[in-house]
Design a protein around this ligand. Sequence first.
Ligand SMILES: Cc1ncc(COP(=O)(O)O)c(C=O)c1O
Length: 416
Amino acid sequence: MDMLVSIYGPTYLAKSDYYCHTNHDNVESHMEIAHSVQQIKPSYIREILAAASDENVISLAGGLPDEQTFPIHLMKPAIESLPTMRDVFQYGPTPGYEPLIAHLTQSYQLPETHRVITCTGSQQGLDLIARAYVNPKDTIAMEAPCYLGAMQVFGLAQANLVTISQDEFGPNISELEQCFKTESPKMFYAVPDFHNPTGVCWSLEKRHQVAALCMKYNVVFIEDAPYRELRFSGDALALVSDFCPDHSIVLRSLSKVASPGLRFGTVSGKQSYLEPLVKVKQGADLHSSTPVQAIILGLLQHPEFPSHLKAIRAVYQARHATLVQALQTYLPDGCTIIPTEGGMFVWVTLPTCDTYQLAHELLANKVAVVPSPVFYPASSQATSAIRLNFTNAAPEDLITAVQRIARVLKSNLTKI
Ligand SMILES: Cc1ncc(COP(=O)(O)O)c(C=O)c1O
């Protein structure tokens, strides 16, 4: 029996669940599910999002942008010109739609030796990296807590995941060096800008230190940056990869600043690092949708795209301020929040408690949150915390949600 994490906490998988059943004309056939898939936990967040679709539940669980911010009007000219662009409906090159690749190469200011490829969401970029580079038992270092989707991808590749703890300025550098020295990981995966789930943005010093260690120990840095454009205060910092360009691969996404439904992301890095990804992508889907890439190019070149970015930052900054103020007003003693200057999440650490049970009780009280253990490869490592998303709820709902959380927490804490 294997443990699964369901919406209400751990449940167990029976041996029969390892088989896919079909039953035609009363002849039962079994097909064993691949070992790599058997050990993957179903996504808790997908399950909680399904439960949170009840219109009476205020969901702070997903990592969803607000639909009202989608820049559909800025995509309209490109969408309207698609009927005149017969070529984009043909098969296209695997690395991506050439005019878009040219645009991105320039806007990312890639060095001569580097390339960018487009993919179906940055999640596909992660999958391509895992399939191109990770053999079963290869060691990958990542922060703990960590982005759930990265754990899933590297888990499917049957990697050995080792974790580095994080403070409010980024990863613990001496732990990281020790890990590089003793475990020789193939790569270090991280989200330095407005981390998912903690919202932490690495300091400039940590960025330099991590880049120096990656070069010293020959570890490739996988920089996942979907929240980078969502900075609403403070100064933008260089990418970690800017300090170790030949030891890094960068993943970017338009999901958080334009629309996740477009499924658009990019991977950039040294040409020699990207060639194996192109091979894998050929086998996976030949190429990402070219009409979508033509729409993306129109969006990125639209003269009003920079003001769209400014506008969404202002909307999210206001919601973040509302959420933080409500948390400071209503949360009981013993709860702390990590300050952040962007992104989509606030991480609330709690007095030690069963956070699955808490999330369950909160759902019964019509608020959805994500409990900390789902963000750790080994849930026993988790300290008690919950992740709150502030981008997809109205300000008044954020306040009501915090009042409900505070009420449930207070009644739970008196029981401890
Ligand atoms: C850190 C991180 N990386 C990657 C992704 C996937 O983004 P995309 O929609 O581009 O596949 C997400 C989505 O939530 C994320 O939080």
